[in-house]
Design a protein around this ligand. Sequence first.
Ligand SMILES: Cc1ncc(COP(=O)(O)O)c(C=O)c1O
Length: 465
Amino acid sequence: MQSLLQQQCEALAAARYPLHMPGHKRRVAPAPGLGCYAFDLTEIGGADDLHDADGILARAMERTAALYGSARCWYLVGGSTVGLLAGIRALAPFGSEVLVARNCHKAVYHAIELGHLTAHYLVPPVVADFGVYGSLPPASVAAALDAHPGVRCVILTSPTYEGVQSDLKAIADLCHARGVPLLVDEAHGAHYLPLAEPWGWWGGAVAAGADLVVQSAHKTLPSLTQTAWLHLNGSLSDPDAVERELDVFETSSPSYPLMVSLDGCTGWLKEEGPAAFAAWRARLDRFAAATRGWRRTPVLGLGPERRDFYAFDDGKILMRIGREGAAALREAGFEPEMVCGPNVLAMTSPCDGEEALDRLAEFLARRDRTEPPVPRAGALLPAPGPARCTIAEGLLRPARRCPLEEAVGRTAAEYVWAYPPGVPLLAPGEAVTPAFVQAVRTLNADGTALHHSGRGDGKTLAVLA
Ligand SMILES: Cc1ncc(COP(=O)(O)O)c(C=O)c1O
């Protein structure tokens, strides 16, 4: 079914010959068979303007906000990345302080860097079996807010890349009691909306009352890559400031096919969502039931370690099957989302085929009978060393490269992360610790590629001169 915005764009596109962008003029497909160029418009009369929306785009964004229960929703065409850059800039003035969960995506760090912000970290506990971050205890947020009364906002990620949720309602309440806005990176939780709650997807950031919520529709819902939503709630964030920062960070030529995709996704959720979520739940429950007899194949969130979490999105299947297991998975016809250390992630969605998860369960059950268990993750997540300056200063001051081992005790001048998940093992401006060097050695030995923001090669590190 065509979305309303798609119908409106197609009608506008059919009305006149386009003497304007885009260059394909809706006559030459950018690639054979690619149909969406037919409604690839620009800001002509009637097509509205994403950066000053009061027409068909404003109405489409209202439809999405109504479905999610947020006060405002902005369509994003640069992924959650642009929502995080703009949202953090809107909440935290240049040079101010923020409280930020250490397990945030690199886009959050880039926002901190660009705003010359001072980051005070909230470090969630690590789930020992898998070496991934667990839920952030609300008490730790309260204590950090008391210790840093000057922070302009709290920034955290829930659910994480691996599906771990934090108690957002409790955290939002204690932030609001102190008049501090909460921004939640829910890039992996666009499926947390009221109509999905009966099927187990409860505890989302909009329902919890978070002030700004960023969701990548493209990650878990039927919407094109790069499409995302930024929701606003309550009175602690200023919609005009958000719009101004979206103007700064987002392209002035937003793609109509991407925006149509977001409205189409909204329509799909409304019409097909309840049945699709029910079917997804049934597939995941069958998968969970299948895991019960396994002895040697741990799956995060489906074993005894579950008590470590406040809540968990079981649509993310993190299996400890190692690189050999990932290779076997590929041979069996599955391409995993991520392989990091011994962990392999399968990301599911309401759009999976009916039998895909049953086949995955059969594959894992076979392995469980024949393969030895894969050892637990080593120390993959070093605690951050003390910050000696801001991230921006760490990047701007004169630096030099030195062998990794010699960097211990010096101040980092670059980021290091495994991507995905894109959570820094080291951020500029902080002291390099022996635990960091050990984590790099462990990941290198395992063949996990590490990315440096400088020209690092895993053997050297940029440090302040
Ligand atoms: C937790 C988290 N936040 C933000 C992002 C950025 O999202 P996008 O790719 O939609 O810009 C990602 C990307 O993987 C992510 O994992």
